[in-house]
Design a protein around this ligand. Structure first.
Ligand code: UT7
Length: 323
């Protein structure tokens, strides 16, 4: 059977780093509060010339270089983002043009923080359905543009950045030992819209709007939703937490990551944590964490890797990949 195998990873971060202490003169907060409640120590913030398209392009080029491929080798670009350069066209198409790709197709996927997990699942289906052989899956965000910088309960949490992987059609036996995407589980529930949303949009206010979140409410639901969808993925794949080599969760809050890993019985040393470095970069958080753990040699060919995310919508999901 056809399997969607990871061939390369890449990342891109804005030049400017903003430390927790940099917020202290802006809103009533402290490095101590942010670090203790979230695990975040710093985040990257995009300059005017750094956009979702430019960061996505840079991450895509890094993933292509890592894979030893060129844009000519790619059939499809799926970009997970909630902060596109324009309302339309899709920023994925802009990235396609920036890469000089004059063939194939590209589209954006909007599932907020779960965007990358949704995008990997979608790309896998395009590959297994025979519509594409090689897909660039990108998560790129500039959440700094939609933050209310006077709201301490949200502005300290998010950051900008991009991560990408190249998925390529390969052969598998249909077994858990195959390399590639092995199982996935996706969920959404619009009843929770008001807990995490942006208060503007083309069809309502005609403005971009700002992110609004009832953090405590999101927190309350997060661990249960994350563990449910991971247990469903384990059941589809016929594995347990002990079979995993690496857990690469959405990087929103270290306390959510720790509580989810504990509830699932995933050992602490198998958990990839980058929330301290990047903050919550929404759809970019999982591929950024992946690129860090691949670059430092933790994630290696043949490892069993579990990706997970939960965010606005609510949306949530998990994907199991043999690297
Ligand atoms: O990626 C999408 C998914 N999003 C998430 O996963 C976020 C989920 N939520 C969270 O991570 C946490 O709920 C937060 C980090 C947002 C907040 O942590 P918390 O422990 O749930 O704090 P809280 O909201 O219960 O607030 C505790 C106190 C409040 O003061 P009072 O009412 O107890 O007097 C807040 O006003 O902390 C206050 N507070 C702050 N204090 C200093 C809120 N933000 C700040 C701040 N600095 N930046």
């Amino acid at each position: 059977m056809i399997r969607s195998v990871v061939r390369g990873t890449g990342a891109a971060l804005p030049r400017r780093i903003m430390k927790n202490a940099d917020f202290e003169g802006m809103v009533e907060t402290s490095d101590e509060w942010i670090a203790q409640r979230t695990g975040i120590r710093q985040r990257h913030i995009a300059a005017d010339d750094e956009t979702t398209a430019s960061l996505g392009e840079a991450a895509a080029r890094a993933a292509l270089a890592d894979a030893g491929l060129t844009p000519d080798d790619i059939d499809l670009i799926v970009l997970a983002t909630s902060t596109p350069n324009n309302t339309f066209p899709a920023t994925a198409v802009e990235i396609q043009n920036r890469l000089g790709m004059q063939h194939g197709f590209a589209f954006d996927m909007q599932a907020v923080c779960s965007g990358f997990v949704y995008a990997v699942t979608t790309a896998d289906l395009y590959i297994r359905g025979g519509l594409a052989k090689r897909v660039l899956v990108i998560g790129s965000e500039t959440f700094s543009r939609i933050l209310d910088w006077s709201d301490r309960s949200t502005c300290v949490l998010f950051g900008d950045g991009a991560g990408a992987i190249v998925l390529e059609a390969g052969e598998g036996a249909g077994a858990i030992a195959d390399r590639g995407v092995l199982a996935a589980s996706l969920r959404s529930d619009g009843a929770h819209k008001e807990k995490l949303f942006v208060d503007g949009g083309p069809s309502t206010t005609g403005t971009v709007g700002h992110l609004r979140m009832e953090g405590r409410e999101v927190f309350k639901h997060a661990v249960g939703m994350i563990t449910d969808v991971i247990e469903a993925t384990f059941s589809t794949a016929g594995i347990t937490a002990d079979d995993l080599d690496w857990f690469v969760p959405h990087q929103a809050n270290k306390r959510i990551i720790d509580a989810s890993a504990k509830k699932l019985g995933i050992a602490e040393q198998k958990v990839v944590v980058t929330v301290d470095l990047h903050g919550n970069t929404s759809a970019a958080s999982v591929p950024l964490a992946l690129s860090v753990a691949v670059a430092d040699g933790r994630i290696k060919k043949g490892d069993l890797v579990l990706l997970e995310a939960m965010g606005g919508g609510f949306t949530w999901g998990a994907v199991l990949v043999r690297w």
